[in-house]
Design a protein around this ligand. Structure first.
Ligand SMILES: [Zn+2]
Length: 379
């Protein structure tokens, strides 16, 4: 590894906490007719000792992922979040809003316009700045935050939403690590970043999305000398208890990665030996490293279903497993559907009742390699 310097504070001291070896860019879904091997790059997470930001090492240039369909869970969380921020009195009618969105979609602008806020013209100041999973895509974290902060009007509120590192640790989500996602925020690290910009958090809300998503409201120190609310204090206390700044704690993700991949492989082999048919569901980035580490191919997993038309006819990066449309799910009667995106669970069980009616089961891929395995209808 080259000398690392922190994407947020510039510090050069830290620990390599997770190393997934060479992995294809998970944004790069090749056509089924494109022969492998696909280009692969090191995929590693580094924890800055100085500011505590967990971050991606290296910076391979990757093409844009075909925009996926937005899970219903993401859409309903956005509506819930906007309601809660509105109830807190932070969305003044007639105010200007600017959004720094995620390249994967999920805009909040329509909802905020619906609350009476006007979209601020490009690069003009805004009273509300919303960043929903946007900033994690910036290689230079320090300048990304500075850009957002500089655009905030006096007295304005900066809303940052992120999948929390505390949740990644708690739910052992080692495959949250992916190319193109440069930062894995704990509330602790983001508060330190804000402090260097002379901003402070004053309110926070938590959501179940991705196993633990935080929406943090911050303002300029000059505007809001007030104390952080109980929710912010409790997130920081939980971070401390979880050990979000402790390299040894994060290294536990490495062990989980190994057991998870081994568990998946053993399960797939056992299903094949038993003559049972299995397909995957959700061609998500987090499935890429898992399938690769498990050395899965189409003889073990003949297809991954995905609802995004942009992904049909493509294959999972680094494997020969094709991605097919949900229409294919209706044709066969798989004994098991391996679900790679737990947030889709309720949605797909409702959309495809025939799976369970025919005696098939939905299996949560994240539960393999641990006990007990989560099956539909069961736990
Ligand atoms: Zn740092």
């Amino acid at each position: 590894m080259d000398e690392q310097s922190c994407r947020a504070c510039g510090g050069g001291v830290g620990d390599l906490v997770l190393d997934l070896g060479e992995q294809p860019a998970c944004d790069y879904f090749p056509g089924c007719d494109v022969a492998g091997p696909d280009p692969a790059y090191p995929l590693q997470m580094w924890l800055c000792s100085q500011c505590g930001l967990a971050q991606l090492v290296g910076d391979p240039t990757v093409p844009e992922e075909p925009r996926g369909t937005e899970p219903a869970a993401l859409v309903s969380q956005a509506a819930d979040a906007v309601r809660r921020v509105m109830a807190a009195g932070l969305l003044r009618r007639g105010g200007r809003v600017a959004e720094y969105g995620s390249p994967h979609g999920g805009s909040w602008l329509g909802l905020l316009n619906g609350c009476g806020l006007a979209t601020a013209p490009a690069s003009k100041p805004a009273d509300v700045i919303i960043d929903c999973f946007g900033m994690m895509h910036a290689p230079d974290q320090s300048s990304a935050l500075a850009e957002r902060a500089a655009r905030l009007a006096d007295g304005g509120v900066l809303l940052l939403q992120y999948h929390s590192l505390d949740a990644i640790i708690r739910s052992e989500q080692w495959n949250a690590l992916r190319h193109g996602h440069y930062a894995y925020y704990s509330t602790t690290a983001i508060v330190a970043m804000l402090a260097r910009t002379e901003f402070s958090p004053f309110a926070a809300w938590e959501f179940d999305l991705y196993g633990g998503t935080v929406l943090l409201a911050a303002g300029r120190d000059a505007d809001r000398p007030g104390e952080p609310d109980e929710a912010v204090r409790s997130l920081l206390a939980r971070d401390a208890a979880a050990g979000v700044r402790d390299a040894d704690v994060l290294t536990g993700l490495q062990t989980r990665a190994r057991l998870h991949a081994q568990g998946l492989r053993e399960w797939l082999v056992a299903e094949r030996s038993a003559g049972r048919t299995v397909v995957g569901y959700g061609a998500a980035s987090r499935a890429v490293a898992l399938l690769r580490l498990a050395e899965a191919d189409r003889s073990l997993l003949p297809a991954v279903i995905d609802a995004s038309p942009a992904k049909a006819g493509l294959r999972m990066p680094g494997t020969d497993i094709p991605i097919v449309s949900p229409a294919e799910l209706a044709k066969g009667e798989p004994d098991a559907v391996l679900l790679f995106v737990a947030d889709l669970r309720d949605e797909v069980r409702t959309a495809f009742p025939q799976i369970e009616e025919a005696g098939g089961q939905w299996i949560d891929a994240d539960s393999l390699g641990s006990f007990p395995v989560r099956r539909s209808g069961g736990l």
